[in-house]
Design a protein around this ligand. Structure first.
Ligand code: SF4
Length: 447
């Protein structure tokens, strides 16, 4: 997350998987966020609370049982209960300081997200104490969604009951694959038996939305196993499934090995194979009654199963984010906290905000941000951008739209709907770059 490694410029139509992270999760790219813009966040916090802007609350838990070989986050696998308590105390000190500022004072959470790392690494007492403290600072009584990332091997029945009791509505299980050899060889801590056990018990507890994550193209993945993996996911009947295409960012154990061995190509499937696997998975889920709702998601019932965190953020909601390395957005300013626990806690001990870098967006950048992120939902309605931003996207982006249509990635699907084709959807992260402002297409880095 924090490494300062220059990635190549705009990704080419690569075939082999090389090192790099092209998943577009925000705009402008993180490489443009700078320490000298932290003052912009301070200025926002002094403003009065806005009317009609939804607020989300994020807390980052950077602990895991084991480091996965493809992981590029800063995670800690060796912290004891005392250190975890100190971290939670620091996080709550940070959240309290933010919640007391004029811009956030008195606001309630529309959505809450526990991310990591592994939030389910926390014990039930730690989790109960943490959520009680969070609720005291920013009440959740009006929250539409409380989302929680979990690693199946950490989910005893007691743990799952505790997670449900604190008010979690959306449980996201980091399954990634159902094959023990693949899980083990990619460094995952859990095994297949734990997935089904955790899932079945979670179902009895009444979570509104259980999602499972899969990754297409992990090391040692095969045609046959991927089919089995998709079928096992269908058999569990989760409310939603998120399928990522395997990337090998610089900051991973896999990349370290590649470097030592002088290799450029990562030991995972090439991009066309990964796209085909995701496409075949989409077909299988559709045949089982699911709907493809984005470049990475299939949903059993789109009328009832929502992604409040994702959709609110992409529409411009505020996000009060706390914890090491976490990313937030308040009043048009992006910010990221210190990426290592040491500097993060030292800043708080010294009575300072632990923010490492920030970015003051312009109105135009906020428009592009929403346009490119929502493109990943499968298309766009020109009238939406005309009404919200006064932008005529069909004229403004005419050259890009012409090119992408000619390449078979887009098509006009109705009087007010331009959609990505299946191939476009599968390459939507690369397509997003076509719409970036020129100053952001060079050295765009997503680490
Ligand atoms: S569980 Fe997630 S955050 Fe933890 S090491 Fe694995 S990929 Fe990284």
């Amino acid at each position: 997350m924090s490494n300062v490694i220059e990635a190549p410029p705009v990704p080419a139509k690569e075939e082999k998987t090389e090192a790099g992270n092209y998943f577009v999760s925000n705009y402008p790219p993180f490489s443009f966020w700078k320490p000298d813009q932290v003052g912009a966040l301070e200025a926002v916090l002094e403003k009065p609370a806005p009317v009609g802007v939804p607020l989300g609350v994020y807390f980052h838990i950077p602990f895991c049982r084991k480091r996965c070989h493809f992981c590029y986050f800063k995670v800690y696998t060796d912290k004891n209960a005392r250190e975890i308590r100190a971290y939670i105390d620091a996080g709550m000190k940070e959240m309290a300081a933010l919640a007391a500022r004029p811009y956030l004072k008195g606001r309630k959470a529309q959505f809450v997200y526990f991310g990591g790392g592994t939030p389910s690494y926390l014990s039930v007492p730690q989790l109960k104490e943490l959520s009680a403290r969070m609720k005291d600072l920013i009440p959740w009584d009006e929250a539409e969604e409380v989302a929680f990332e979990a690693e199946p091997g950490t989910l005893s029945e007691t743990k799952l009951e505790g997670i449900r009791e604190v008010g979690v509505t959306r449980l996201s299980l980091g399954v990634e694959n159902f094959d023990d050899h693949i899980l083990e060889s990619n460094g995952r801590a859990h095994r297949s038996g734990e997935i089904e056990k955790a899932f079945r018990f979670a179902r009895t507890l009444g979570f509104e939305h259980i999602n499972i994550d899969l990754i297409a193209g992990m090391m040692n993945e095969t045609e046959e196993n991927w089919k089995v993996c998709v079928q096992k996911a269908i058999d569990l009947a989760p409310d939603a499934v998120t399928i990522y295409q395997m990337e090998v960012p610089y900051n991973t154990t896999i990349y370290q090995r590649m470097k030592e061995e002088g290799k450029v190509t990562a030991p995972v499937a090439d991009w066309p194979t990964k796209r085909r696997w995701v496409s075949e998975a989409f077909d299988a889920f559709q045949a089982a009654g699911y709907t493809v709702t984005s470049a990475t998601t299939v949903v059993r019932d789109p009328k009832t199963i929502k992604f409040v965190y994702r959709d609110s953020l992409w529409s411009g909601a505020d996000l009060l984010s706390s914890g090491v390395a976490s990313f937030g957005h308040l009043g048009g300013v992006h910010y990221q906290n210190q990426a290592e626990v040491g500097p993060y806690m030292e800043a708080l001990d010294a009575g300072k905000m632990p923010v490492f870098r920030a970015y003051q967006t312009t109105a135009e950048e906020l428009f592009i941000r929403e346009f490119v992120l929502k493109l990943k939902l499968g298309g766009f309605a020109p009238s939406y951008y005309k009404e919200k931003y006064g932008e005529d996207v069909l004229t403004r982006f005419a050259p890009q739209l012409k090119k992408l249509t000619a390449e078979g990635f887009m098509e006009i699907a109705g009087p007010d709907w331009v959609k990505l084709t299946r191939e476009g959807l599968l390459q939507s992260d690369r397509i997003c770059y076509e719409f970036f402002l020129p100053q952001h297409t060079q050295y765009a880095r997503y680490t």
